[in-house]
Design a protein around this ligand. Sequence first.
Ligand code: DQA
Length: 152
Amino acid sequence: MKKIQIINGPNLNLLGRREPSVYGNISFEGYLDELRAKYPQCEISCFQSNVEGELINKIHETGFAYTGIILNAGAYTHTSVALHDAIKAVEAPVIEVHISNVHAREAFRHISLISAACKGVILGFGLDSYRLAVEAILASENNSLRIDNLEH
Ligand code: DQA
């Protein structure tokens, strides 16, 4: 059983209610049910916190035991050196995801302090960004075109 940890950062507990024109009107819980049903071969865990240190603790806790981590760090993406360091410290590949296309938004969202520490970045596809990240983790496990083989 492949173990995948989704980690959602600040304000993502309000998905479905928060700025629906940017983030959609579906709650993450509802989406997660669909995602789990689509990937019965994976155990998909989900953690959300508005507290930076709790996100770091979860990366430490799962980063040596899980197949991969899908991280939407929310606004901490643009500010957190500590998250960058936590991602670098663990073994599991971390995929950075964003629901919105941050590059089509305010300039302060164009900088990510975590991208360079992540295996790759998926953004702008709405909640489907998470499914694409699951696909990326599974592809890196199964295919000859392993993303693990790419040097960053
Ligand atoms: C976000 C983009 C961030 O800039 C923002 O602070 C969020 C959500 C996204 O998923 O599009 O909270 O990470």
